[in-house]
Design a protein around this ligand. Structure first.
Ligand SMILES: CC(C)(COP(=O)(O)OP(=O)(O)OC[C@H]1O[C@@H](n2cnc3c(N)ncnc32)[C@H](O)[C@@H]1OP(=O)(O)O)[C@@H](O)C(=O)NCCC(=O)NCCS
Length: 187
C-alpha cells in the first residue's frame, strides 16, 4: 500500500520554536557553519576562523539585544533548525525614523527535518517580532534553497546593487565576463 503524504512529511505539531540564548551559542555557530557548507562557501580552515568570529559577533549582540534568535526543537529534544534576526544599523532616510533594520540571517534546517515547516516557523516568529516592536520591514539575503520559503511570506526582490572591489582590481588582469559570472553569496 502506498504511504500516505502525512507519513512522508510528519506534521509540525511535534516541533516547537523557542527563543535562543547565550547557552545556545554552540548550536548557533554550528547552524551558521552548516549553512555555509550547504551553500558551498569556504573550506574547513575558513570555517574554523569564521566560527570564532561569528561566536564573538553573536555573543556580543545577544547580550546587547541586537540579535534575537530562535531554535526549533523536535519533541525528543533534538534541534531541527533555527535562525537569527539582527538589528542592523542603517542610514537615516526621509521615509523612516529608526536607524535599525531587522535582518534575518543564519537560517538553517538540519537535512532530516527539511520541508516540514521548520524555517517557516522561524520566519513567522521573526515577522511577528517585527510587528510587535513596530518595525516596518524585514530584510534578508535568500539562498536558492530559501527563496520559496520567503516568497510564501510575501518577501520580494529588491534593487540592492554592489561592487566587489577585490574583483574590480582583478578586472585589469582578467576578462570582464569572468568577473561578472562569479557567484555572489551572503546570508
Ligand atoms: C532553506 C532552508 C532553511 C529551508 O528550511 P526548511 O525547514 O526545509 O523550510 P520549510 O520546511 O519551512 O519550507 C520548505 C518547503 O517545505 C514546504 N513545507 C513546509 N511545511 C510543510 C509540511 N508540513 N508538509 C509539506 N511541506 C511543507 C514549504 O511550503 C516549502 O515549500 P517548497 O518545497 O516549495 O520550498 C533549508 O533548506 C536549509 O537549511 N538549507 C541550507 C542553508 C540555507 O540555504 N539557508 C538559507 C539561507 S537564506
Amino acid at each position: 500500500m502506498a504511504r500516505s503524504r502525512s507519513k512522508i512529511r510528519p506534521s509540525t505539531k511535534r516541533l516547537t520554536v523557542r527563543p535562543a540564548g547565550l547557552k545556545d551559542l554552540d548550536v548557533l555557530v554550528h547552524q551558521r557553519r552548516a549553512m555555509w557548507i550547504d551553500l558551498g562557501v569556504g573550506d574547513r580552515s575558513r570555517h574554523e576562523k569564521a566560527d570564532k568570529i561569528y561566536r564573538r559577533w553573536a555573543e556580543t549582540r545577544l547580550r546587547n539585544h541586537q540579535l534575537t534568535a530562535w531554535l526549533v526543537q523536535n519533541h525528543d529534544g533534538r534541534i531541527a533548525g533555527g535562525g537569527c534576526m539582527w538589528l542592523q544599523p542603517i542610514q537615516p532616510n526621509p521615509k523612516r525614523t529608526d536607524m535599525l533594520q531587522p535582518y534575518l540571517l543564519s537560517m538553517y534546517t538540519e537535512p532530516e527535518f527539511r520541508r516540514r515547516g521548520v524555517a517557516s516557523m522561524v520566519v513567522s516568529k521573526a515577522v511577528e517580532w517585527c510587528g510587535k516592536k513596530g518595525y516596518g520591514r524585514l530584510m534578508l539575503h535568500a539562498s536558492e534553497m530559501g527563496r520559496s520559503v520567503y516568497k510564501k511570506f510575501g518577501f520580494r526582490r529588491t534593487w540592492e546593487m554592489r561592487l566587489d572591489l577585490e574583483q574590480s582590481s582583478a578586472r585589469s588582469k582578467h576578462s570582464r565576463r569572468a568577473i561578472v559570472r562569479r557567484p555572489i553569496v551572503s546570508a
